[in-house]
Design a protein around this ligand. Structure first.
Ligand SMILES: Cc1cc2nc3c(=O)[nH]c(=O)nc-3n(C[C@H](O)[C@H](O)[C@H](O)COP(=O)(O)O)c2cc1C
Length: 178
């Protein structure tokens, strides 16, 4: 097989396996939504999630100020809203209103759940040691919600530059991994 060199600037599109999510934060009664695909699991239980949130984003300041957020997991049905939330700033836009999404009070944190997402993970920041260098926040999931009516969530996965993959097919294999 003749391999071709691959541009380093596009590598992230090969390695982004997790679903694109909507991160909600809130300060002073004003909630915000940010689209995020740079996240990774760090621990099973309690679940720890590492998230890269650029310090150019409005959400960065809200998360630094409150140490609380919700990771909301959308499906392809609202993909255009998801991209919209990733192309506008909460500094000058109420994204719940603009994209017709519904905030619902969370149980353990001040940031809202997004009703239109099939799963919502309420999170607290537990480690800021890598924020200054990488904008990497370590979050602990303190409460998780799921909509049992959504049987096969078709999550969306970012490949870069406006390209997405939609999850769908499931296969089961013997594995020692829990
Ligand atoms: C598909 C997609 C994935 C994104 N992933 C991230 C991410 O992982 N981290 C990040 O800081 N910004 C990410 N962004 C960009 C932010 O969502 C964008 O800058 C947004 O406008 C920030 O909103 P805010 O200023 O209201 O916080 C992504 C955008 C899109 C469209």
């Amino acid at each position: 097989m003749a391999r071709k060199t691959f541009p380093l600037s596009k590598v992230y599109g090969l390695l982004e396996p997790g679903p694109v999510v909507l991160l909600t934060t809130a300060l002073g009664g004003r909630p915000n939504i940010m689209t995020m695909s740079w996240h990774t699991m760090l621990e099973f239980e309690p679940p720890l999630v590492g998230c890269v949130i650029s310090n150019r984003n409005h959400s960065f300041g809200l998360l630094e100020a409150t140490n609380e957020c919700v990771i909301n997991i959308p499906t392809v049905e609202i993909a255009e809203k998801v991209v919209g939330c990733g192309n506008t700033s909460g500094a000058n836009t109420d994204k719940f209103e603009r994209f017709d999404l519904t905030p619902k009070p969370a149980a353990r944190v001040g940031a809202p759940l997004i009703e239109e997402c099939f799963a919502n993970l309420e999170c607290r920041v537990v480690d800021t040691g890598m924020v200054a260098k990488y904008c990497l926040f370590v979050l602990e999931v303190v409460k998780a919600w799921i909509d049992p009516a959504v049987k096969n969530p078709r999550t969306i996965h970012h490949l870069g530059r406006g390209n997405f993959m939609v999850a769908g097919e499931k296969i089961k294999l013997k594995s020692k991994m829990k």
